[in-house]
Design a protein around this ligand. Structure first.
Ligand SMILES: [Zn+2]
Ligand SMILES: [Zn+2]
Length: 123
């Protein structure tokens, strides 16, 4: 009887631990493996809509690229393993391109002219 009570308490403790997800410093992106910048997004390798509950930290730009390239259905069916996802041609191209960008680099959107000029040398 006592053993059963103890096991219940342990289960509860581990649930609480897994519910806490904080971006620790020196954490790297689950897609491109560069250090993360100031902004971190959490990607579901198995989409929430497909029953996934695990999340991994990624750059906003990496996150956007994943979802631009692959539908949630395909993520769940084929790319729940990020290694497999990285092997896609479009991901390989993106990873080569993004590898030299600073952690907080974001894709060129319509920004102020100042910012665009500053980034010109990078184009
Ligand atoms: Zn990344
Ligand atoms: Zn995602």
């Amino acid at each position: 009887m006592q053993g059963r009570i103890k096991r219940k308490q342990q289960e509860r403790a581990s649930e609480e631990r897994s519910a806490t997800q904080v971006a620790a410093p020196n954490v790297t992106c689950a897609l491109c493996a560069r250090p993360l910048g100031a902004r971190v997004e959490w990607h579901h390798p198995i989409p929430k809509s497909q029953g996934g509950s695990v999340t991994v930290p990624v750059h906003p730009i990496c996150h956007r690229t994943i979802h631009a390239a692959v539908s949630n259905h395909d993520l769940a069916e084929r790319y729940a393993d990020l290694d497999t996802l990285r092997q896609r041609d479009d991901m390989q191209r993106f990873l080569r391109w993004v590898a030299k960008k600073p952690p907080d680099f974001n894709a060129p959107t319509r920004q102020s002219r100042d910012k665009r000029d500053a980034a010109k040398s990078d184009l």
